[in-house]
Design a protein around this ligand. Structure first.
Ligand code: UD1
Length: 422
């Protein structure tokens, strides 16, 4: 398993291109199942989860091809037919977002067999709302041998209220409703930019959707969708991670190809903590560390709140802040695994349920640490960049799932980071 070897203490300087959002590209690839025509996606990030989604499409008998372009990859998908409506456990366990094929498969082909994801490092993460929502649209669903078996002659529009705001749940039902009979209203829907990007794609394919980006989405079903071309939005979590990298190393970065409107909560929080962040052009952000980093509490929330996917990186920064900060995680119940690893590097963090108190400023020292999930690994990289001496991070396949060649991007900014192949 590959590792990262980082020698800390070097301020990052320079320009860094931000890739397309993995969490927008994955539902867009699933949406291509809704039509037999060709869907072309641009600015798709070169990350492992995209490869996993292509393997899943391949498993279903759907052709896809990838071309390297200046800004990310161009992915073409043509779902003319379906050989096998099954998402196997082996792929779903690698990537929970595989559940995104459930809605499109049932809506277009009338059947799907998708493995239940099971537990994952950051909590139970059930998919009950995906199932309840599809049942509300008229699908009949059974759980058998660890698989969700779904069937429907014709899905019918309905009103569905999410008990809990779910990003992929909203995306799954929006895709299914696009090919249902009549009107569907999704209440308490997720407002994330990735949901809006998916709605934009579906509308280009011929879907009738209003309200994406608000908590009520209205979809008038149509009988057929067509092909189109669509560009994936910039990755706001990758951008946020580089903003923290500038602050934690005392460096100065320009981020190219960002949408700063998607980053408001993160920019506000980092600015409150003392970082200097300014818009340097229509799609550019400039970030540097201020005089000192201050401890500022944070609570994760659904968009437009502070993203849970930025919590681990923010915790790494708070180890370098003057004073104590309280970090409250409201989205996932077990998302502090990075705290223990940060403690091994010298951080002073106490975790109690969904709250963590970080006492700063502690000087971090390089250590052997282990990545537990995608964003936790990003926080360990950030801590390693700020630490004295060498940090060896094991299980970096987690970071490869969602960050495009992070060690190359960081090296170009002056970081001492190497991938160690084993
Ligand atoms: C998506 C993102 C992930 C991010 C998360 C929260 C993708 C591919 N992944 O994950 O990076 O961390 O949003 O912003 O876009 N829940 C239920 N029942 C369900 C579904 C969800 O109880 O059927 C709960 C979850 O356990 C969690 C909360 O809802 O507590 C939010 O999860 P959800 O928004 O569904 O996360 P994902 O869509 O899996």
């Amino acid at each position: 398993m590959d590792k990262f070897l980082i020698t800390g203490g070097h301020p990052l300087e320079g320009r860094v291109p931000i890739s397309g959002a993995k969490n927008a590209a994955l539902p867009a690839m699933a949406a291509a199942l809704l039509t037999q025509k060709r869907v072309i996606l641009r600015n798709v990030p070169r990350v492992r989860d995209i490869g996993t989604m292509r393997s899943l499409l391949d498993e279903l008998g759907v052709d896809s091809s990838v071309t390297h372009e200046e800004h990310g990859n161009r992915v073409e998908i043509e779902a003319r037919r379906l050989l096998n409506p099954m998402a196997p456990y082996e792929l779903v366990k690698q990537m929970r977002a595989s559940i995104l094929v459930l809605g499109p498969l049932v809506a277009r082909f009338g059947q799907a067999r998708v493995s239940l994801p099971g537990g994952c490092a950051i909590g139970a993460r059930p998919v009950n709302l995906h199932i309840k929502g599809l049942e509300k649209l008229g699908a009949s669903i059974h759980i058998e041998h660890g698989y969700i078996e779904a069937r429907a002659e014709h899905l019918k529009g309905s009103v569905f209220t999410f008990d809990v705001v779910s990003v992929t749940g909203t995306e799954n039902l929006m895709m299914a409703a696009a090919l249902s009979d009549g009107e569907t209203v999704l209440e308490n829907a997720a407002r994330e930019p990735e949901v809006v990007n998916l709605a934009d794609l579906l509308i280009k394919m011929g879907a009738r959707i209003e309200g994406a980006g608000s908590d009520e989405i209205r979809i008038q079903g149509v009988s057929e969708l067509g092909g189109t071309e669509h560009t994936i939005i910039p990755d706001r979590i990758e951008a946020g991670t580089f903003l923290v990298a500038a602050a934690i190393t005392g460096g100065h970065l320009v981020l190219d190809g960002v949408n700063s409107a998607h980053l408001t909560a993160v920019i506000n929080k980092l600015t409150e903590a003392g970082a200097q962040i300014t818009e340097a052009g229509p799609d550019k952000l400039e970030a540097s560390a201020g005089h000192e980093i201050r401890a500022v509490d944070v609570t994760t929330r659904e968009y437009p709140g502070f993203a849970t996917d930025m919590q681990a990186q923010y915790m790494a920064l708070m180890t370098q802040a003057e004073g104590s900060s309280l970090i409250t995680e409201t989205i996932f119940e077990n998302r502090f695994l990075h705290a223990l690893e940060l403690t091994r590097m010298g951080a002073d963090i106490t975790v109690n349920g969904r709250r963590a108190v970080v006492r700063g400023r502690t000087s971090l020292s390089g250590a052997k640490v282990q990545a537990s999930d995608l964003r936790a690994s990003a926080s360990l990289v950030l801590a390693g960049l700020a630490a004295q001496g060498e940090t060896l991070i094991d299980r970096v396949y987690h970071i490869d799932r969602g960050y495009e060649r992070i060690e190359e991007k960081l090296s170009r900014l002056g970081a001492k980071i190497h991938r160690v192949f084993e």
